[in-house]
Design a protein around this ligand. Structure first.
Ligand code: PGA
Ligand code: ZN
Length: 404
């Protein structure tokens, strides 16, 4: 069906940290949709630019970019997801969306995909799969239950301690992940000291050894009947100071950090490590992947920033075997699909991710299913902005039939 865009309007809303972010509404005859853009804190330096006002907080300039620059170009145009994305890329004209802002551009890109799916009466995940030429499937849940690093009051060695149930269905995996998280809560209550909530809804507290969070997760998984592995996001760009990595007050070279990871892999069921080294230390990624890549997912995030060119380079260099996909790191779905296609052709796994500053938009659930992603990172179900992603995955599974 040919759909003409009749309205395009942005406004500022608040994200899960209470910070302003962009929401875009798009309409055609008979349908209105909206898309909200998340915001990161431990960002990669090569991510596309998130447009903020002079105060570094507001998004009034990004709202103006949508309403005054993008809207006049797309109102009256046929809603064709890839064509609109191409128009947005050309209208911005920079490599990193620094003219319009990736937050302005992404809101329009996602809203366009939603509008077509709504007007054509097809599921969003199906529309995504048709456009990206991927095979839909249900992702594994990467639930971040202990938060450290830039996302928490307590600077635990790593930013995210994640449990990943092996269950085939979302409903079983979600139940298991929540049971494991409850067990973690009970374990933490036995310890001295305050427990707070991190930005992604997991527990945060002071822990004094590298092993301690893994001991807690291992026990908590066992108490839930097993059936899950452990993943971490080391977010090592944030650990890197003055040429070395700082963990719990000790300094590590890339080599000694690799050995520390290997010990953790041997001792615990740790099967997926995101950003084990800082974003420019490609050599350390290459050596680590060559060493452990058969048994462990070595995942790029700050390393790859959902950028098709960088993903291609890292695949060529064999620096990783999995990639985090965050649409706001690049700005359009067209570029997301390119990055995914390059990664898949290299045999990499795809893990679709939220940001630490999230909104009530469940879009990444449809994206993960549509792209046939291996995993989805959506945080802990203690914040509504995280829960809506899980609820959407359950809805896809329950209402639309189980897709494996
Ligand atoms: P961010 O963190 O959203 O704050 O960038 C998430 C991550 O590093 O994966
Ligand atoms: Zn990360």
């Amino acid at each position: 069906m040919s759909i003409t865009i009749t309205r395009c309007e942005a406004r500022a809303i608040r994200d899960s940290r209470g910070k302003p972010t962009v929401e875009v509404s798009l309409a055609c005859a008979g349908h209105t949709v909206s898309a909200a853009v998340p915001s990161g804190k431990s960002t990669g330096s090569k991510e596309a630019l998130e447009k903020r006002d002079k105060d570094g907080i507001g998004v009034a300039d990004a709202v103006v970019a949508v309403n005054d620059v993008i809207a006049p170009k797309i109102i009256g145009k046929k809603a064709d997801s890839l064509a609109i994305d191409r128009l947005l890329i050309d209208l911005d004209g920079t490599d990193n969306k620094s003219v319009l802002g990736a937050n302005a551009v992404l809101g329009v890109s996602i809203a366009t995909a939603k509008l077509i799916a709504a007007a054509d009466g097809i599921f969003l995940w199906k529309y995504i799969a048709d456009t990206a030429k991927t095979t839909p499937s249900l992702p594994k849940l990467y639930m971040n239950v202990i938060n450290g690093g830039a996302h928490a009051d307590f600077r635990l060695p790593f930013q995210e301690y994640i449990v990943v149930p092996n269950d085939e269905t979302i409903s079983k995996a979600y139940a298991r992940a929540r049971a494991i998280m409850d067990n973690v809560g009970k374990e933490l209550k036995k310890k001295d000291g305050a427990v707070t909530m991190g930005d992604e809804g997991g527990y945060s507290l002071r822990l004094d050894t590298l092993d301690e969070p893994f001991d807690i997760l291992t026990d908590s998984i066992a108490q839930a009947g097993g059936g899950a592995f452990i993943a971490i996001d080391a977010a090592a760009t944030e650990l890197h100071r003055g040429g070395a990595y700082e963990l719990l007050g000790s300094r590590y070279s890339a080599m000694s950090l690799s050995l520390a990871y290997k010990e953790l892999i041997e001792k615990f069921n740790l099967r997926s490590i995101e950003d084990p080294f800082e974003e420019t230390d490609t050599k350390a990624f290459e050596a680590f992947y060559a060493d452990v890549g058969d048994a462990v997912l070595v995942v790029g995030d700050d390393l790859t920033v959902t950028n098709p060119g960088i993903v291609a380079e890292m695949a060529e260099r064999r620096a990783a075997n999995a990639v985090i996909i965050k649409p706001n790191q690049i700005g359009t779905l067209l570029e997301v699909y390119d990055a995914v296609s390059i990664a898949k052709n290299a045999g990499w796994q795809i893990i679709v991710s939220h940001r630490s500053g999230e909104t009530m938009d469940p879009f990444i659930a449809d994206l993960a299913v549509g792209l046939g992603a291996f995993g989805i990172k959506a945080g802990a179900p203690t914040q509504p902005e995280r829960v809506v992603k899980y609820e959407r995955l359950l809805a896809i599974e329950n209402e639309h039939g189980i897709i494996h």
